[in-house]
Design a protein around this ligand. Structure first.
Ligand SMILES: [Zn+2]
Length: 180
């Protein structure tokens, strides 16, 4: 089932998230719904808080041939960040109509559980490292906006108000916290 994506301003995007276990009720359905929601929105990543679930699970989907990645990350923890950085434009399904340069480490080492609850440790680089860091931010209650300078954030404030009010309508279903 495709779920509506919550827009910037929804309190759950800033909440603490809970760890999952094999026994978490509805887990397989949640994963199925998250993939359907992500595919429908043609995004590269989606985290559970974006569909209203305060849980430590996110998806990454990089269709690039050289870097192909389609993976569920459960209870992830970034163990190490590389010491070189890049700046690339980032967007977010919860912040439609906005794309902003964000500086992040080029590589990460992450420990996580896959969809079968097998614990894995892996290194990711480039676009995959960026997507994973963006989604990891979501399960930590952060947004890429938090990584911008305070000046950039001030300049974006008016536009972000419009996002919360539903002025930017993407092609996928959304819920806007300030719509009235
Ligand atoms: Zn996002």
């Amino acid at each position: 089932m495709i779920r509506p994506i919550l827009a910037y301003g929804a309190p759950i995007l800033r909440q603490q998230t809970r760890e999952l276990s094999r026994e978490t009720p509805g887990l397989q359905q949640l994963i199925t719904d998250m993939w359907q929601t992500l595919d429908n929105a043609a995004g590269v990543g989606l985290a559970a808080p974006q569909i209203g679930q305060p849980l430590r699970i996110f998806l990454a989907d990089n269709r690039d041939e050289a870097e192909h990645l389609r993976q569920v990350f459960i209870n992830a923890s970034i163990l190490e960040y590389g010491n070189t950085f890049s700046t690339e434009e980032e967007g977010c399904l919860s912040i439609p109509g906005l794309s902003v340069p964000v500086t992040r480490p080029d590589s990460i080492i992450i420990r996580y559980q896959d969809a079968d609850f097998q614990t894995r440790t892996a290194t990711f680089e480039g676009m995959n490292a960026r997507i994973i860091q963006h989604e990891y931010d979501h399960v930590e209650g952060r947004l890429y906006l938090d990584r911008l300078s305070s000046l950039s954030r001030t300049l974006l404030r008016h536009k972000l108000q419009k996002v919360s009010r539903g002025k930017f309508r993407p092609s996928y279903p959304m819920q806007f916290p300030l719509r009235n």
